[in-house]
Structure formats: C-alpha cells, structure tokens
Write a protein that binds this ligand. Structure first.
Ligand SMILES: NC(=O)c1ccc[n+]([C@@H]2O[C@H](COP(=O)([O-])OP(=O)(O)OC[C@H]3O[C@@H](n4cnc5c(N)ncnc54)[C@H](O)[C@@H]3O)[C@@H](O)[C@H]2O)c1
Ligand SMILES: *[C@@H]1O[C@H](CO)[C@@H](O)[C@H](O)[C@H]1NC(C)=O
Length: 315
C-alpha cells in the first residue's frame, strides 16, 4: 500500500494554482477535495481538470502511475468548507493574493480541523508571520510556494513561520517529494523568499543595461535564454562557480573574487520601472511580441510546450 492511499488533501481556492495543486496531488494517488467560496466554481474546476488530465494522458505527459480516469475518481468538489475539510491531513490554500482573504480563510479552517493537520499557503509575496497571524496554533503552519505552471516546473519553496515545528517542515517536504515536486527549505522567512529575490536581481540588472543603452531588449533576453539559462536548467550558480575553475570553488574565488566585487560595485540603483525607460522597453518588447491576446497566448503556448519538453529531458 502506498503512503498516499486513502489519505485526503483539501485544496482551498479553485483558480489556476488550486487546480494545478489538485492535479499534482492526484498524480501521487492522494484523494483531493477542492473547495471554492464562489458557488459552483469548484465543480467547474473538476471539468477543467478532467480536460487537462485527458490531454496530458493523450500526450503521454500524465504524471504518476495512475490513469487519468483513476486520478479523476480521487477528486471531489465542495461549496461547503467544513465538508471539504473532513478527513484531511493536509490543507493547501490557494485563494486570492490578499492578506485579509488568506487570514480569514485560515481562521475558518482552524475551526474545522484536528490538531495534527498541516496548514499550507501558496502565497507568492506575503510573509508567513502575516498570513498566519489569525491562526491559534502557528506551529503547524507553512508556506508552500509553487512556480507557475507547477505541473512542469517542479520547484516548491517551503517557508516556515517563526513558530513552525521542524516536523511540519519535514512532513511537507516528504509530501512534495512524493508527489514529484522539487521542494527547497528556507530556514527563515524573508520578503520575496529565495526565487523572487534572485529573479528580481536578474530583472533589475537586465533593466538597467537596456535603460543605460548598453544592450537591446532582444539581446538581453538572449543572454539568459542562450547563455545562462542553458546551464541553469541543470546546475545552479554555486555549482557553476565550483565547475568553472580547474580546482573548484576556492580556485574560482582566487581567480575571480576581485573582478566580481569590482563589477558588482558598479551596479546602479533600484530602477523605478516607470516613466520614459518603461515606455521605451515596452515599445521594444512589443515590436518583438505585440501585446494583444493573440500574440501573447501563442507565446505562452510555446513557453508551455518548451517547458514540457524540458521537463521530459530532465527526467
Ligand atoms: N498564478 C501564479 O503564477 C502563482 C504562482 C505561485 C503562487 N501563486 C499564488 O497562488 C494563489 C492563488 O493564485 P491564482 O493565480 O490561482 O489565483 P486565481 O485568481 O486564479 O484563483 C483564486 C481562486 O480562489 C477563490 N477564492 C477567493 N477567495 C476565496 C475564499 N475566501 N475561499 C475559497 N476560495 C476563494 C476564487 O474564487 C478563485 O477561484 C495566490 O496566493 C498566488 O499568489 C500564484
Ligand atoms: C499544534 O500543532 C502541532 C502540529 O500539528 C500539534 O502537534 C499540536 O498538538 C498542536 N497544539 C495544539 C494545542 O493544538
């Protein structure tokens, strides 16, 4: 018997991310109860999930060892929170990114679940101290921040509240690994978590280089997609340093320490991301990809197709 058999996970919020979480947990053989406070919304989510699972099965990209029909038989929808939470050992919240909404959801959830149930939030930008401020027992609370689309991009950042028990981090880490995600543990909460802090550093320097007339929008995007991105799909920045000098990291530091510090100390201030620079950068990107729905959807579809191929390759 696998460890998921018969175990229930409740997903709260049936939007883009709630539906993706449901699919990820179903792939691991968990029973998933999906709830939304908009009546009928959770039921509609099932229709959408069915369509996606069938397409994935057709494309031979379905995750897990169960068929699409078997996975769908584990899924149910609720308009009633208490019913949705009955029997769950893990709750994944994915409602609007509004502090008040999340706080009231968790306050309500706590009324309906037993002591050992883990309360997990998908928030991208809110800190655990704030999201869980209304929860009485904060030791069971954690943020599990996915990356869009979670079905192909497996990273999940686990961010503890200052009171979160190590056992709660461990249970969440084990669950995420078991359903095929790639969890990472933050040891303490910090604004932006790890992913967005690194992402914003890249965005800021790319923006400054274009704004200062050093390079075009098209070319800075190629620096990532044809350069750094090629290896970052497989190895991170620290391993890159370790491999890029004959004798490893210490050798790299001896060779490049001063150069890195010199370049880093020449970085400009945080950009405003507005005004003339924003207008110019927008004009340049729209010449490459017009910002109407037709062009944007086509590029998003291309992105998802390519990510799917990369996910296959990484397996
Ligand atoms: N979209 C992304 O790229 C992304 C990536 C990582 C994390 N997240 C996070 O995931 C969360 C959800 O984002 P999304 O893109 O799925 O949003 P969304 O707008 O697609 O879905 C939100 C859903 O929550 C429901 N909802 C709102 N209030 C509720 C309540 N009180 N109780 C139950 N359901 C409620 C809505 O009806 C809607 O169906 C946000 O916190 C967001 O920051 C999003
Ligand atoms: C708080 O949550 C933890 C972790 O789930 C649990 O072990 C503990 O019993 C809970 N405490 C109370 C008072 O409910």
């Amino acid at each position: 018997m696998s460890s998921s058999e018969g175990k229930i996970i409740t997903v709260i919020g049936s939007g883009l991310i709630g539906r993706s979480w449901a699919m990820v947990f179903l792939s691991g053989g968990y029973k998933v109860k999906i709830y939304d406070n908009q009546p009928g919304q959770a039921e509609k989510a099932i229709i959408e999930i069915r369509k996606q699972l069938e397409e994935l099965q057709h494309a031979q990209m379905l995750r897990g060892s169960l068929t699409a029909a078997q996975q769908l038989s584990l899924l149910s929808s609720y308009d009633d929170l208490a019913q949705a939470l009955e029997g769950a050992f893990f709750v994944q919240e994915s409602v609007f990114e509004e502090l008040g909404a999340k706080q009231s959801v968790f306050q309500a959830v706590e009324q309906h679940v037993g002591e050992g149930v883990v309360l997990s939030s998908s928030t991208s930008c809110l800190l655990p101290s704030n999201v869980f401020a209304t929860v009485k027992n904060k030791t069971r609370c954690i943020i599990s921040h996915p990356v869009n689309p979670p079905y192909y991009v497996r990273l999940v950042e686990l961010v503890p509240h200052p009171e979160t028990l190590p056992a709660v981090m461990d249970v969440t880490y084990t669950l995420m690994t078991e359903v095929g995600q790639a969890p990472v543990r933050l040891k303490k909460e910090i604004d932006g978590f790890a992913l967005n802090r690194v992402q914003y550093a890249i965005i800021a320097e790319s923006w400054r280089l274009v704004q200062d007339g050093v390079i075009s929008v098209k070319d800075i995007d190629l620096v990532m997609s044809e350069g750094l991105g090629m290896r970052y799909a497989f190895i991170g920045p620290i391993e890159t340093m370790h491999l890029n000098a004959p004798d490893g990291l210490e050798d790299y530091l001896r060779r490049y320490r001063e150069g890195m510090k010199r370049v880093l100390s020449s970085f400009g201030p945080v950009p405003e991301f507005s005004g003339e620079a924003a207008a110019n950068i927008n004009k340049e990107i729209c010449e490459l990809i017009p910002s109407d729905q037709e062009h944007l959807s086509a590029r998003r579809e291309r992105r998802d197709q390519l990510l799917m191929g990369l996910a296959k390759l990484k397996k």
